[in-house]
Ligand binder design. Structure first.
Ligand code: PLP
Length: 436
């Protein structure tokens, strides 16, 4: 048999021998869409090049962090400087304070912040803190929201509101998820019922305010208002998981978007990741001083990390935040993202394809459905085969979107009007051939 001349295929075969499934995070394996994952050789601006030297317009941007595009000169310079000063010390640095000050100045609901290395770690720590601070065990999450792979969060709904969740992964003992109640997103009635039944035992309600792990589905304003009211009324903490939306949908993150509609709206705890690291392993969680001071070394809630506040990651994050806070940044990013969404919408309409789409800041989602879904069950009514046809059609035309229909997409400041036009033109060609 002659070896493949496709370098992506050859690398995938080699990777599969040594790395489970050939990848270090499952969605990269293209299992949902079939075919061979593209192995990235390098990236610059809005593009990356695969192992065959093929260029793609990148709408994933490392699943959210690359809001400036790849290789932004100010960020590269900051990282290069930091690397020369040392990789990791395990002792505090001034840059950690600078990053904390920068984050807190942009997200006023947070008075203190703790830096960690991944969104999973940040979410898991925020839950431990909420439990420690309230002295309660139970937590509410919503179907279709992903908060990282901590055991207590790998859970699907039980058979009713009285029964708590069932694990969604092998290796998670049922006892570990017995305190997690999984509810339907945007379902106010069910939320009220859950608090009526369990309110006094609930430590926190954790939610993606604009969910990006069931494509893009917004929490409705009345639903978010009710989440806030019920948490306050029952002494539970409202934890917004802004790992994806933080500094992605607005400079003040998704909480600022809801505060426009709900006067005084603020979560108790915020979980951040992705953009705050600018592509380096960095995440954070934070909230009011009185709650955050429950953390070790001040308080009884233990939390730690060898690489937490890493000097290279903080340099990258800080340089990124300093770029995105420049005047006009979000106006331009939002307009560019909207032009993509409206272009795709118009192309689908012209070709008679049922289509709905939404965006906020630099985050977008689209569905081959006539109406925007409101929850996970509705998202899953999308036709996988047609999505896969669209995905592979775009890939063949040099456009890289998420390889699964339940993932959001991301536009960066480096995407040009021409990139958007190319993408829309490619999509239109595929819409023409899609089964109606
Ligand atoms: N929370 C949300 C909303 C996410 O989208 C993700 C990752 O995609 C996480 C948490 C977990 O973050 P990480 O992959 O950095 O552990």
């Amino acid at each position: 048999m002659t070896p493949s001349t496709d370098r992506n295929e050859a690398l995938f075969e080699r990777a599969k021998q040594f790395i489970p499934g050939g990848v270090n995070s499952p969605v990269r394996a293209f299992k949902a869409v079939g075919g061979t994952p593209r192995f990235v050789q390098r990236a610059q601006g809005a593009y990356f090049w695969d192992a065959n030297g093929q260029r793609y317009i990148d709408y994933i941007g490392s699943w959210g962090p690359m809001i400036l595009g790849h290789g932004h000169p100010a960020v590269v310079e900051a990282v290069q400087k930091a690397v020369l000063e040392g990789f990791s010390f395990g002792a505090p640095t001034e840059r950690e304070i600078e990053l904390a000050e920068e984050i807190l100045s942009l997200v006023p609901s947070m008075q203190m912040v703790r830096l960690v290395s991944s969104g999973t770690e940040a979410g898991m720590s925020a839950i431990r803190l909420a439990r420690g601070a309230t002295g309660r065990s139970k937590l509410i999450k919503f179907e279709g929201c992903y908060h990282g792979h901590a055991d207590a969060l790998l859970v699907k709904a039980g058979s009713g509101l009285a029964t708590f969740g069932n694990p969604t992964s092998a290796g998670v003992p049922p006892e570990v998820v017995q305190h997690t109640l999984v509810l339907e997103y945007n379902n106010i009635e069910q939320l009220e019922e859950a608090f009526a039944l369990h309110g006094a035992e609930i430590a926190c309600l954790m939610i993606e305010p604009i969910a990006g792990n069931m494509n893009l589905v917004r929490a409705s304003v009345p639903f978010m208002r009710r989440c806030r009211e019920l948490c306050t009324q029952h002494g539970a903490l409202l934890v917004l998981d802004e790992v994806m939306t933080g500094f992605r949908v607005a400079l003040g993150s998704a909480q600022s978007v809801y505060a426009r509609e709900i006067p005084g709206f603020a979560p108790d705890l915020t979980v951040l990741g992705k953009v705050i690291g600018g592509g380096m392993p960095l995440a954070a969680f934070g909230g009011p001083r009185a709650v955050m001071e429950q953390l070790a070394p001040l308080g009884p809630v233990y939390q730690a990390g060898t690489l937490s506040g890493n000097p290279v990651a903080t340099a990258c994050g800080l340089a990124t935040l300093r770029e995105i806070r420049k005047p006009g940044f979000y106006e331009a990013l939002s307009a560019r993202t909207r032009s993509l969404v409206s272009g795709l919408q118009a192309a689908a309409q012209a070709e008679g394809v049922a289509f709905s789409a939404d965006s906020e800041g630099g985050m977008f989602g689209f569905f081959l459905l006539p109406e925007l879904p409101q929850n996970y069950a509705q998202v899953m009514k999308s036709d996988n085969a047609r999505f896969n046809q669209l995905f592979h059609g775009l890939l063949a035309r040099g456009v890289y979107i998420a390889p699964a229909l339940y993932e959001a997409g991301f536009v960066s400041a480096a995407h040009s009007a021409e990139d958007i036009e190319t993408t829309v033109a490619a999509a239109r060609e595929i819409f023409r051939t899609l089964q109606k």
